[in-house]
Design a binder for this molecule. Structure first.
Ligand SMILES: Nc1ncnc2c1ncn2[C@@H]1O[C@H](COP(=O)(O)OP(=O)(O)OP(=O)(O)O)[C@@H](O)[C@H]1O
Ligand SMILES: [Mg+2]
Length: 313
């Protein structure tokens, strides 16, 4: 749902791809406007990487169309690659090269002029907090630092479109914040970003999200609008034994789903006013004391609810 006036950079229609009998991606379609950060979210094996690889022009679809910046990715993947930078889920760093050498390697690959690459490399390394590690072998970096180096390498040329497949998996929260700082900076300069993520705080930061489930996009909208799609209400129950609370409420009438979150259980119910009293009684019967209230759903609650609703229907 983007306005007609928006400058559409990515346009995907009827995209499908199977591996043998496995229908990894089925009739996927979406559009992304310039400067958006478009998120693909969904369970393991949902088809996110397969979609990304087709967007990047390195995996041919069985059918469907992809246009990026006016180029037909399916018909002319080589032309499209000039506009795209793709960071795969397992980014190929050379472990026996230093940080600086890895960046140099990718700068060569993308044909970045020498003068430009030094300034750009410095800027990205500082933003990623990697400047003190320029001479360290990539193989000796921590997992999170490797991910950040992957991003620096993917950004060493200035792409029109950036495709990032789970770029922050294994990256600590502080580094993830740095990483998002880099992404926001790129967005400001007009780069269009598609990323997949398993982190719900990151999903909240995207301008729009596609929920990918068994190879299809079941929902696609802004995080706020997706939250409004959630039927019923969400209750938070705070208890010193949240697992016990979950066990007691499993199968209780009106309970559509539950999510354990630290010391609380998020309980998705069909009707808040009616179920609050019932749940209080149920917990009291088992001698449990718990605080109970209605809360605003987070994007994770919404996805669990929407996936459950899809499976029920
Ligand atoms: N090259 C391949 N050969 C055979 N099956 C494949 C291949 N690539 C992907 N698949 C299958 O297609 C489905 C979608 O996989 P994909 O990697 O796109 O999921 P994903 O959403 O990226 O998962 P994850 O969150 O685990 O990265 C899975 O069932 C996977 O096993
Ligand atoms: Mg994947």
């Amino acid at each position: 749902m983007i306005s007609d006036a928006a400058d559409i950079v990515i346009s995907v229609d009827g995209l499908s791809r199977s591996f043998g009998v496995m229908k990894a991606v089925q009739k996927v379609g979406f559009q992304v406007a310039r400067g958006e950060i478009f998120g693909l979210v969904g369970p393991d094996g949902a088809g996110k990487t397969t979609i990304m690889r087709m967007l990047a022009g390195i995996l041919a679809p069985d059918c469907g169309a992809i246009r990026i910046g006016g180029t037909d990715v399916v018909g002319d993947p080589e032309a499209a690659k000039a506009r795209i930078s793709y960071m795969p889920q397992r980014f190929g760093l050379y472990e026996d090269l230093t940080v600086a050498e890895n960046i140099g390697f990718y700068a060569d690959l993308f044909g970045v002029p020498r003068r430009e690459r030094r300034a750009r490399g410095r800027e990205l390394m500082a933003a990623a907090g990697l400047d003190a590690f320029e001479q360290r072998l990539a193989g000796k970096l921590s997992g999170g630092m490797k991910q950040k180096l992957g991003l620096v390498c993917a950004l060493i040329h200035t792409p029109q479109v950036l495709l990032l497949d789970e770029p922050t998996t294994g990256v600590d929260p502080v580094s993830r914040r740095d990483f998002w700082g880099i992404l926001y900076g790129l967005r400001e300069s007009g780069v269009t970003i598609v990323l997949s993520t398993a982190y719900m705080d990151e999903a909240e930061r995207c301008s729009r999200l596609a929920l990918v489930h068994t190879g299809s996009i079941s929902h696609c909208d802004t995080p706020d609008r997706l939250k409004r799609l959630m039927p019923g209400a969400l209750l938070a129950i705070i208890s010193d034994n949240p697992r016990e609370v979950r066990a007691i409420l499993t199968g209780a009438s009106g309970v559509l789903g539950m999510l354990l979150m630290g010391d609380r259980v998020h309980v998705h119910v069909d009707d808040a006013t009616r179920r609050i009293a019932e749940i209080r009684d149920l917990l009291a019967e088992k001698g449990m004391s718990a605080e109970l209230g209605v809360v605003e759903p987070g994007i994770e609650d919404v996805f669990v609810a929407l996936l459950n609703a899809g499976e029920r229907s």
